[in-house]
Write a protein that binds this ligand. Sequence first.
Ligand code: ADP
Ligand code: MG
Ligand code: MG
Length: 247
Amino acid sequence: DPILEMRGISKSFPGVKALKNVNLVVRAGEIHAICGENGAGKSTLMKVLSGVYPYGSYEGDIVYQGEERRFSSISDSEHLGVIIIHQELALVPLLSIAENIFLGNEPSRMGVIDWSEAFSRTRDLLKKVGLNESPNALITNIGVGKQQLVEIAKALAKRVKLLILDEPTASLNETDSAALLDLLLEFKRQGLTCIIISHKLNEIARVADSITILRDGSTVETIDCRTEEISEGRIIKSMVGREMSDR
Ligand code: ADP
Ligand code: MG
Ligand code: MG
């Protein structure tokens, strides 16, 4: 059953048609990779989905959990568990891990922020993402791999149902990348649906159940990895529109 259908999505910026009639179907509980060369429209598509670009600024329909959705803001989509982690992390440098996770959403008691509650919830969340750090640690004092895990912990705090990761391993080393992908596979076992943008084909081959390929703002195809053999050559050909040897 699909958890998400994006139908005929088009989105323009001055002088650029970033998305042209794009379709995307994501099954509940799968890891769905979105592939494409730089500028293909991957990030724009996910910004449409998560309300960064609100209803009215794009054409087409979004059906999420069986209903047509017209998100007017990021908080609108977050409310239904659609959480996007952008390529540029949204963490606040001078704040602690706990403050970053609960920023603007702090647990309170009788109108006062309850930091002991926030810290204990943070400890639980950090355990879930496999991060062995104090909730007190400053976000700038942990590495980018760990920062990415804090973003995921933050998504869990918001009760994520559809997690969108825009090139999450772009600035991670091999060890941190592997840990992140393992975590996604673990979340999948627990029922989470995930969309991951990546052009690292080895990573995609490892985690993806489906792959949608975008080229020049259009959907090229969706490959079902359960029934189709995927090869690097095939994906690259689909991404660039010609045999690799022609490049
Ligand atoms: P990808 O994530 O696949 O690299 P993007 O979705 O970021 O691609 O960009 C798709 C196209 O839209 C590119 O031509 C890009 O330059 C353009 N674009 C993206 N965001 C903006 C923006 N905010 N303003 C103008 N053009 C944009
Ligand atoms: Mg890009
Ligand atoms: Mg992008």
